[in-house]
Design a protein around this ligand. Structure first.
Ligand SMILES: NC(=O)c1ccc[n+]([C@@H]2O[C@H](COP(=O)([O-])OP(=O)(O)OC[C@H]3O[C@@H](n4cnc5c(N)ncnc54)[C@H](OP(=O)(O)O)[C@@H]3O)[C@@H](O)[C@H]2O)c1
Length: 223
């Protein structure tokens, strides 16, 4: 399977790229607005994997090229730009039968901490679905993971991620995909209309990390 991580040059993109390269046999391609930047970053990730004794290729490409050849497209792009990126890719005819996964969360910070700020449609995940071509499979996942911990291959993970999608088989595909990462357990959280509840956990997790010692890069687990 080919996994394209658009915005894979950034924080959560890096974490997902190195973990999928380390833990699975999937072809991993990171996308960027600039192909050259993606190729450079992919080389950096390969070097870090090699430092851990893992010989894996990660490819870099412009976002549209990365998405065009992929089976699954993860949108590791800031929340205010992710919907426009999807709309642009749709207009270019790049998105037709991929499964698109959004980890994006709208948040605003002040002196006290981070606060959930969803778009009018209810959640960023639903906004992505609204801007995607009709019939494209859209899911939300990976919202509550800490990028630094994911990218640190010396760190063991023991966290849950919540998956939302309208179609149960799409939800299950993303659950299976997330479960392929060592130390991540994926749980179903229902259809896209439940995405706001999932996204809103992210600022909570970050605030808990800020206000408690030894909680850096904390995640959520359900018992
Ligand atoms: N950081 C976390 O711990 C974390 C955890 C869970 C979910 N998330 C979500 O994942 C998404 C990415 O977060 P991040 O922290 O990885 O973000 P980030 O590092 O700030 O940005 C990721 C990438 O987005 C691309 N980008 C920036 N501006 C853009 C624009 N105007 N249009 C298209 N692409 C643009 C950049 O890639 P190029 O310059 O190479 O194009 C950048 O490397 C966010 O929506 C966030 O809510 C983050």
């Amino acid at each position: 399977m080919e996994l394209a991580i658009l915005g894979g040059t950034g924080d959560i993109g890096e974490g997902l790229a190195v973990r999928y390269a380390a833990d699975t046999d999937h072809r991993v391609v990171i996308g960027s607005r600039k192909a050259e930047k993606a190729v450079d970053r992919a080389g950096d990730y390969e070097e870090r994997l090699a430092d851990h004794g893992i010989d894996r290729d990660i490819e870099g490409a412009a976002n549209a090229d990365a998405a065009a050849g992929a089976d699954v497209v993860v949108l590791a792009i800031p929340p205010h730009h992710v919907a426009d990126t999807v709309a642009d890719l749709a207009e270019e005819g790049v998105l037709d039968d991929q499964l698109v996964v959004s980890p994006a969360v709208g948040m605003q910070g002040d002196a006290d901490g981070l606060h959930y700020r969803p778009p009018k449609v209810g959640s960023v995940t639903e906004l992505v679905a609204e801007r995607a071509p009709d019939g494209l499979a859209v899911a939300g996942a990976f919202h509550n993971l800490a990028a630094d911990r994911l990218a640190n291959l010396d760190a063991d993970l023991d966290v849950d991620t919540l998956v939302v999608a309208d179609d149960e088989s799409v939800r299950q595909q993303v659950i299976d995909l997330a479960n392929e990462l060592d130390g991540i357990r994926a749980l179903a959280a229902g259809p896209l209309s439940n995405a706001a509840e999932v996204e809103s956990v992210t600022p909570l997790v970050i605030n808990v990390a800020r206000y408690n010692e030894d909680m850096h890069d904390v995640g959520v687990t359900f018992h």
